[in-house]
Design a protein around this ligand. Structure first.
Ligand SMILES: Cc1ncc(COP(=O)(O)O)c(C=O)c1O
Length: 404
């Protein structure tokens, strides 16, 4: 653990960084990879000189790294600034084939970035939106309801691999199977899930797998991973001279080459967290899977400590108790608004988020939309028991105000 924490320069500032669900800190290796890319001279991609060739190989390496992280195909890795931008782009592209009578299914569990692009695209095409509902007592998204939600009219099912506020991990494989049974595509928002569990696009049944590197120790880059054969069937708007090939035709303008080198370094960082013991001759994909399985176990133990501690405080109300979840706690404190709690914790050097964190539909379903949402404390692999205990102590000290 000390080795892991020492890799992150920002963690030496004395704060407990429990805001990882909104964006993680960055290890030195990622910072160096970005700086080295600029130091070594970087041109635009596609030219005949070495600095340009370096840019092209940075892009190719980044696609390979993301394929190793997700179990996808490098030729199906679309790169872009963030998940929201890419999801709007895919929604715009896919929806060209939709019309009145067609249906898309979105879920109330999702971040708005995997809801609104589909809802707005459906509205433009006269297609119908159907909603998968959350059981508000548990914050589960029952997969069984999808059997009734999909039909031969369904073109797309969009679902999250994990809720960014309550951590619920729905049965994406079952939901994707329901989509595929009627010939629909499944778009999986894995932005919140990817830092916490081994990722595998095939076992999830994800036709599109979206994630953002800044949630797992990398720079602010997003990606959508899909089967290149599927991408071949799709034609986004593009500039005439821009690449017509896949995945390049989904990418707009000049890439952030140095940041892409940082993404590759972030995947290397994850792969090195807890690889199988030496001598080990497996691939980077194997190392990623082993490390992320260890991350899931480690975070699970830490989360039990966090949840148990919060549950023991009578002035705290916890939201969500899904059977499978990421280490993400969402809670309110009696007598204090979520913003006040976050500010009081900040004064004790604890970073947490407050609000709906863009899980706008879910915050509404939980009855929290008009009251300032809740407080979110999320764990990632660099958090430790001291971070958790500092949070628990500070929340315990938030004695409810007596309202006269
Ligand atoms: C679950 C989830 N989906 C989507 C997004 C949006 O990602 P991006 O900032 O890359 O657009 C976030 C960001 O917090 C998220 O947590």
């Amino acid at each position: 653990m000390n080795r892991v924490r020492a890799a992150y320069p920002a963690l030496s500032d004395g704060y407990a960084y429990l805001d990882g669900a909104a964006g993680t800190q960055v290890p030195s290796a990622v910072i160096e990879a970005i700086a080295d890319t600029y130091r070594s001279g970087i041109g635009n991609a596609g030219g005949a000189f070495p600095a340009s060739e370096r840019a092209s190989s940075v892009v190719a390496e980044c696609r390979r790294a993301l394929a190793d992280l997700t179990g996808g195909d490098p030729d199906g890795v679309i790169l872009g600034p963030n998940m929201t931008t890419l999801t709007y782009r895919i929604a715009d592209t896919l929806s060209r084939q939709w019309g009145p009578g067609d249906e898309v299914v979105v879920s109330r569990l999702d971040h708005d970035a995997n809801i609104r692009p589909w809802v707005q695209a459906a509205a433009r095409r006269g297609a119908t939106v159907r909603w998968a509902e959350v059981d508000v007592s548990t914050a589960e998204l029952p997969a069984g309801q999808y059997g009734e939600l999909v039909s031969e009219r369904t073109r797309l099912v969009a679902v999250t691999a994990a809720s960014n506020i309550v951590g619920t991990r729905p049965d994406v494989a079952a939901i994707a199977a329901a989509a595929h049974a009627v010939g629909a595509l499944c778009y999986v928002d894995a932005v919140h899930a990817t830092p916490h569990i081994p990722a595998d696009v095939r076992s999830l049944g994800a036709d599109f797998y979206a994630t953002s590197a800044y949630k797992w120790s990398g720079p602010h880059i997003g990606t959508v991973v899909a089967d290149p054969a599927l991408l071949e069937t799709l034609h986004p708007d593009k500039l005439v001279p821009a690449p017509a090939s896949v995945p390049g035709r989904f990418e707009r303008g000049t890439a952030a080459f140095a940041d892409l080198a940082g993404v590759t370094a972030a995947v290397e960082h994850l792969a090195a967290l807890d690889p199988p013991p030496a001598p080990f001759s497996g691939s980077r994909r194997d190392r990623v899977l082993a490390s992320m399985a260890a991350v899931e176990r480690y975070e699970g133990q830490l989360f039990a400590r966090l949840l148990g501690g919060l549950a023991s405080l009578p002035h705290v109300r916890l939201y969500g108790k899904a059977a499978r979840r990421t280490p993400t706690a969402f809670f309110t404190v009696a007598g204090h608004t979520p913003r006040e709690v976050a500010a009081r914790l900040a004064a004790r050097k604890i970073n947490v988020w407050n609000g709906d964190n863009y899980a706008w539909e879910l915050a509404g379903a939980l009855g929290l939309r008009d009251s300032g949402g809740a407080v979110r404390a999320g764990l990632v692999h660099y958090n430790d028991a001291a971070d958790v205990d500092r949070l628990l102590g500070a929340v315990a000290d938030l004695v409810p105000r007596v309202v006269s």
